[in-house]
Structure formats: structure tokens, C-alpha cells
Design a protein around this ligand. Sequence first.
Ligand code: M6R
Length: 602
Amino acid sequence: MCGIVGYVGAKEKKEILLEGLSELEYRGYDSAGIAVIENDKLTSFKAVGKLKNLQEKTKNYTSSGFGVSIGHTRWATHGKPTELNAHPHLGKYSFVVHNGIIENYQEIKKGLQKNGVNFLSQTDTETIVHLFEQNYPKEQKAFEAFEDTIKTLEGAYAVLLISEVAPDTIFFAKSGSPLLIGFDNEEIYFASSDTPIIGKAKEVYYLEDGEYGYVKEGKVILFDKGGEKSFQTKALTLDKISAQKDGYRFFMEKEIYEQSRVMSETMMGRLKDECIDFEEIDEAFLEGIENIKICACGTSYHSALASSYLFERLAKIPCSVEIASEFRYKEPLLSKNTLFIVISQSGETADTLEALKMAKKGGLKTLAICNVDNSSIVRTSDRSILTRAGIEKGVASTKAFATQTMVLWMLSLFIGRIKGTTDAKIAKSEKDAMLHIPKALLIPDGLHEKIHRLSKRYLHGHGFFYIGRDIFYPLALEGALKLKEISYLHAEGYPAGEMKHGPIALADSKLFTIALMPRSLHYEKIKSNVEELSARDSTILAISPCAFDLADDFILTQHDSHPMIEFFEMMIITQLLALEISVRLGNDVDMPRNLAKSVTVE
Ligand code: M6R
């Protein structure tokens, strides 16, 4: 989703901004822009589409010498992805970049228009720069004008503003959307996540909601509603965890193949000979906990849903799961004996973060399962467990889902042990199964090629139903989401036993059923459900370790001893199927249309 970078100093600013924006590219965007003030002169460039278009436009521009600069990648929310709607937005003498959504922008805009302000874009962001310029002439004090502007805004924002009236200053504010400041002596950097400044800044400060201020002469002056405040920076990691495709065609493909290895890392030091242990949580933290509520979005929600079966079955603890965007507004009843878990790959998903804040406000103990250390969700929750998947660049999440589910499976046994509710024999057999997961995630010779060949038969039709029972139902949801995201074909995940209560009406030869048929969990039940669809002429692709005569296409799986081993093996098959269909359709696998990797707006 939208990305922000900023820099104050004497280095070549265009390069710093473009490099920084390229580090944020994988998150998804549809236009980009930069603005620089140098020698009291404002310059800006914007381009629709990929960053290379902006690079092309700026190729003859250099900006050495002291100055201030801001850059942005935009994922359209208000208004189409056009050059006019791209950031930075210009007033008469100032530029602004913004992530988030200004909820009262219509109201502000109307007031400004009444005063004769002309708007060029359809965005909510443009109101910020005009409001600043309307406030400035009152006292001719730029910071006060910025402060007044910020106080008028409602919604979520991370904002950087530069102006010819204060040509050596960047004004900043954060509420709800991430923003951080990087330091290397007198050089100051801004970014919406730490990747753009790794290797440049040595120290970092992650701004808190409600903080704002300005940078001038190498110093950051910080405020919140209590007035000016001091702050502590911390060391920024020096290693750039950049991901390369390593010979694979797409990041998503590489990430699918990496799953076997990263799952070992997820388990490392946690899966011990005698038990499962998480050094991040102690017994005291679980004291008084009688049930679990999990909140997440998208793929992370599917992982949550799968784990709810495990928490109840293995740890014997009631577990409910909610989509974060629904939870936020349902006026939920929260009780203090609930452990509130949030799951997020990025750690920046706005809905999940807000759900977490609500739970904290309600006095619940909170735990984040996250892939990104230092992310907003990790910093906000009481405790966090990192999934250790490594950087995930494909917008369609794969290894993050696998590692989240692994952590939650382990967590169910950990909680069951602490509470004394998991039978020791069961715990032992689950642990043995866990040790088999890396092997089950190795892609056997010929499987990928087989899926590639099969995929040509699944490029049309009037829809896909992924069906499964129990934990294979969330996996069906996830398989369908993967396909939707990168193939743009309509797909639904459904509990297999529920098809006859309505959706079976859609069954005909052009309805594709992807049937997840594990041997180790309710095989006979799912088999009957698939037979019902076959009898109505649906085209069936069965994924199973047991031969199934009624399938039109069949993928034989290798493992059948434990439901979770079958789960992870089938997960890989659904991921590869989505990938191959997308490739055949000529889509952008890693950056599918309309999607963002990190969804920082609600
Ligand atoms: O970073 P998060 O796990 O919080 O993201 C949640 C969803 O936006 C994310 O899982 C999304 O559904 C992915 N594109 C799925 O592939």
C-alpha cells in the first residue's frame, strides 16, 4: 500500500528517494512522485505506473547540496491512479505526502473551496496542503500553521510536508499509519517502514500515534498533545534483508519453494525434545486465561480459523475467530479471561492494529503472531511471537500463512501443556508430526510440472469451489483466495458439507470443484460430498492420497498419517495451482492488480 520516504541533508536527494521507494515497491502501488526543495526552489515529479516511469522522468535531474525532500508511492483510495492524484500534492508553495485516510476531508474541502481554493485532484490528501497554506498567513509561523492543520484532521495519517516558507524543514505527523525517523548524525530520514532506511540511518525512532513535529538543522523537535517531548532512538539493524528471486520466475514461486526451510526456522528452539516452549510467553502471562479470541484479515484470518480447530481439539480451550474489520465495529463484549491474539504478516494492517488497540483498551492480554519485528502490531501488543518466515515479497501470501499456522499449532500444544489440558500421548504424536512438516513441504519431482500441465484446463468456466472439512475448510478458503488474487477468476472456499445447502445449485460441467480429500480426517464424509457434486456434472480436481475414480483430474499426495501433514502438503498444491493458472493468463503474479502487500487503510 502507500509508501513514504523523506530526507533532509546534503546528499543527492533524488537517488535517496527513488532507492527508498523501490524498497517499498513490493507492497503495491499505482503511481509515485517526489518533491525537493533546494536553494529555496521547489521541484517535483510524478508518474503513473511503475517506479521506472518516475526514474525515466527524473533522469536528467540531480539535487546535490543541502535540501529537504519527500517521496511517495500511492495505492489509490480517493480517485483513480492518475498523475494528478499522485503525491506529492502541491498547494501554492508547499508539498505534502500522506498515507492513510482523512475521514473529514469532504468537510475541510468544502470550507477551503468556499474560500476560493481550487482543487486539482480527487484525493483526501490535497486538503492537507491547502489547509496548511490557509493557516500560514495568519501568523506567518509555519510550525503553528502545521500544528493547526494536524489538529483539524480526523482519520488515519502519516504526513510529511515541505514548504518554501520554511525551506530547511520537514514537518511530520503520525496517527494510525506507520512513520519512523532515521538518524545518521545530521542526516535525517523518514519512511513508512524501516527497509528504505536500512544501510543509510544508524538509529531509528518509531513515532507513536498523536506525535508530530519538525526537523530543522539536523534536529528533530517532537510534540504530542502534552507539548514538546524528548524521545529515545534505538539502533537500526544494519543488515539489509533484501530478497532476490534466486533464479525463480517470481517471488511468489520462490516463497512457495522456501516453505520447507522456513518451517524449520519457525520451529527452531521452540520444538524441544521434552516439550514445546515459547520464550516469549511465560506461565504467568496465561494465568486466568479461559478462552482465546483471534482477530486477523485475509490469509492471516484463514490461518486463525484453522488454528481454532486446534486450540479446541488439542488445548481444550474455547477459541473464537473474527475478521478484524468486522470486530472493530460490532461493539464486541470483551472479558478479561480472554487471550486476544492478532495475526499479521506485515504487522501494519490497519484493521488488525485497531482491533488490537480495542482489546488492549478493554484490559485484555494481547499476543501478536507476526512476521515483521518492530512493526506497529508487534510494538503495540503485550507479547509477540515472530513467525520467522523471512521477508515475503509476493503480494499473495504463502510462506507467511504456513509459518503462522505452524506457530499457532505449536501454541495450542504449549497452552494445553501449561493448562494441563493436553493429553501427554497426544502432545507427543503432534510433536512427531511437526518434525515431518519440512519434509512434507519439499516439492516432489514432477509435481510442479504436473500442475503446470493441468492448469491449462482451468482457465475459464464460471467459477471455482474449493471444498474441505474441518481444518481443510480454512485451507479451502485460502486456496480460493490465492486463486482470486492472482488469476482474477472467481473462486470460493466452502465447507464441503454445506454445499448441498445452496451452492450445489451452481453445479454443472463448467463449475470447477477443487476437492481437498485427506485420508486422515473425515475422508468418507468429504468423499460423499464430492460424489454429490460429481453426480451433478461438476468438473472435479481431487487432491488426495486415496485414488478417487470420479475425479476428472487427480493429484496424488504422498503423506496420509496426520491431518496437519496432509494440510501443509495440500497447501503447497493449491499455491502452485494458483501460480500456474495466473502465469498462463499472463498476469503479474507478484504484484496483482488492485492489491497491496501491506494494507494500512481500513
Ligand atoms: O499483513 P497481514 O497478514 O495483516 O495482511 C492481511 C491481508 O491483507 C493479507 O493476508 C492478504 O489477504 C494477502 N494478500 C493474502 O495473500
